[in-house]
Structure formats: C-alpha cells, structure tokens
Design a protein around this ligand. Structure first.
Ligand code: PEP
Ligand code: MN
Length: 337
C-alpha cells in the first residue's frame, strides 16, 4: 500500500501516522522526493481502513498494490481449487452442470425434472425451497417442505442437491436435509453474518455475484467464508444490472477470465438468470464454456408456462438435452479431451 502526502504535511504529522501503522505491525518504507513525500506500507495491509487513511488531512492519495483478499487470491495459491460436493468435483479441469427448476413446486415436479436432467448428464439438481422474490405476494417457495422434496429427489436419482439459503438461522435445517451445496443468492452476497456462519460449516458454497457488485466485492465475500475455515467456495457469475433493458441482466463474460486470473476458485455461470429469456440461455451457456467457465447452472422446468417462478427463462427437458449435447462437445474440446 502506498500513501502519498500533501506538500504541506509536516515531518511530525507523517511520523505520527507512521507510528500508528507500526503499532498495527506494518513496516514503513519512506521515500522523499523534491516535491513529493510518500511511504510504502509492507505487511498484512488487509485490515487497514483505506477510507479512514484517505480522510486524514495530510494524505493526498492512497493506493493498494496488493489485493485485500488473501485466501481467495491466486497469488498465494497458484493451483486451481477443486471443490467436491456430494462426490462431484468442480474446477481444475472438472466441469459440472447444475440443473433444475427455479422453485421446488411438488414431489412430482421435482422428481420428474431431476430424472430428466440426470438423463441428459447434469451433475447436480438445483431447486429453490426458500425463494428471494421481489414481491411479497409472489410464490415464496415451499420452504422446509421444499428441502424435504429435494432430498426425496436426491434419494431417487442419486443427484447431489444445491439450493439457496437466505437466513443464517436456516443453516442447520439445510444441513439436516442433506443439502450438498449451499447457494448464496445474488441478493445475499453481502449478508456478512450468513457468510461468516457458512464459513463455520464444511458444506461447499456456491456464491453468486450481487446484481451490482464488483469482482473484488465478490472475492471479498468469498474471503469471509474462507476466513472462517470453509475453503470450498465456488464463484457464480449470474448477470449484472446494466443500462440495457432488453434482457433481465447482462451476462458479464469478462468476469470469467478475470476471476480465474485473480482467484483459484472455480467459476460457474448461470445464463438463465442473466438472460431472463429461455432462447438466450443456450448461446450464453456456450459463450461461458468458451470463456473458460468450470460449470453451468441452468433452470429447467417440465412445464415452463405453468412454472411458479422464472418460467420465461426455464428450458424444457428437451431443450436442456439439446444444450447438453453442445456443452459436452465444447467443454470436452476446451479440456483437450
Ligand atoms: C436462483 O438461482 O434461484 C436465484 C434466485 O438466483 P439469483 O440469486 O442469481 O437471482
Ligand atoms: Mn430463478
């Protein structure tokens, strides 16, 4: 971290600030030019409050030269992390597909969709039991009963399950229901108390990027989980909010290579929530594979027109099967197999 001082800053004032940093265990490297005085801070600067330092009247500018996330940082962990959930590996050359309805609606619906997506080669069954809906009048999910139904579909098919947790208090319920991967939804990416609690579990976490979050914010949220001891984190790009109204969100393809450069964690892409329209899911999914994604999350419904949530973006099992044929060719091709 580099701090540049204003020309009028006195030696005494700079000395006082340096003393504070030294008390935090940081080393100071001072440099004095003709017109500029600056210091370099060396050590664990993750805990330095950059805005507080900037607010100091003698400070002209402050710049981080290393990232504030450590555990998620590829610099300190060059090899790809392989996350294993329910016996399935993701990352480091292992490609995985999570598929299923937006919401769990009934025993028949979830088991039928599970069987269909399994036939097409999906590795995980997805399905929301607790749903984050914009309107309190929309279907809120079957809640605890939805978790039981997911478990039923898991028993029938053997597919591991991934489902969204929205409340710290629900975590034990999810663990008891045999949830193999905890999904943190876009709206909860910065629910820091929940991230901390998930960090105390040993259940892998699928962390979705917030609607208007930067990649650094996403990685800092991953850091919360990892700092607690749970290093089984998968990052998920699911579209961000931009000025373009013709799609539900804008899929940030650039996020895939950038996240993979910055972090060793696997990156999964959800083209369904990015597009919001079913016909756009396939081209976005293939683009994500080409850009290096480690997996996909796709919404599939047996009867999209009657889905209780997100019907417009759900693929039918037949459409999903067609997509999987193409994904298999692409992902094998890119893995050099
Ligand atoms: C979902 O996957 O069901 C969901 C609500 O996704 P997101 O948090 O990305 O909107
Ligand atoms: Mn959905």
């Amino acid at each position: 971290m580099i701090i540049i001082f204003k020309p009028e800053a006195s030696k005494e004032q700079i000395g006082q600030l340096c003393k504070q940093f030294e008390e935090q265990g940081l080393q100071i490297h001072a440099s004095e030019g003709k017109h500029t005085q600056l210091i370099g801070l060396v050590g664990d600067t993750a805990a330095v409050d950059i805005d507080l330092v900037r607010a100091n009247t003698i400070v002209a500018d402050i710049k981080r030269v290393s990232e504030p996330y450590k555990k998620a940082n590829r610099k300190f962990h060059p090899a790809d992390t392989i996350v294993e959930a329910g016996g399935v590996k993701i990352g480091g050359g292992y490609f995985a597909v999570m598929a299923g309805p937006c919401s769990v609606e009934s025993p028949e619906q979830i088991t039928l969709v599970a069987e269909e997506v399994q036939k097409s080669g999906a590795h995980f069954l997805r399905g929301g039991a607790f749903k984050p809906r914009t309107s309190p009048y929309s279907f809120q999910g079957l809640r605890a009963e939805g978790l039981e139904l997911l478990n039923l579909a898991k028993q029938k098919t053997g597919l591991p399950i991934v489902t969204e947790v929205m409340d710290t208090a629900h975590i034990p319920l999810f663990a008891e229901a045999g949830v193999d991967m905890m999904q943190v939804g876009a709206r909860n990416m910065q629910n820091f108390e929940m991230l901390k609690e998930l960090g105390r579990t040993n259940i892998p976490v699928l962390l979705k990027r917030g609607l208007s979050s930067t990649l650094e914010e996403l990685l800092m949220s991953a850091e919360y989980i990892m700092a607690g001891g749970n290093e089984q984190v998968i990052l998920c790009e699911r579209g961000i909010r931009t000025f373009e109204p013709s799609m539900r969100n804008t899929l940030d393809i650039s996020a895939i290579p950038m996240l993979k450069k910055q972090s060793h964690l696997p990156v999964v892409v959800d083209p369904s929530h990015a597009a919001g329209i079913s016909w756009m899911v396939e081209p976005l999914a293939l683009a994500a594979v080409a850009a290096g994604a480690d997996g996909l999350m796709i919404e599939v419904h047996n009867d999209p027109a009657r889905a209780l949530s997100d019907g417009a973006q759900c693929l039918t099992p037949t459409q999903f099967d067609g997509l999987m044929g193409k994904v298999k060719r692409e992902s094998n091709f890119f893995a050099g197999m």
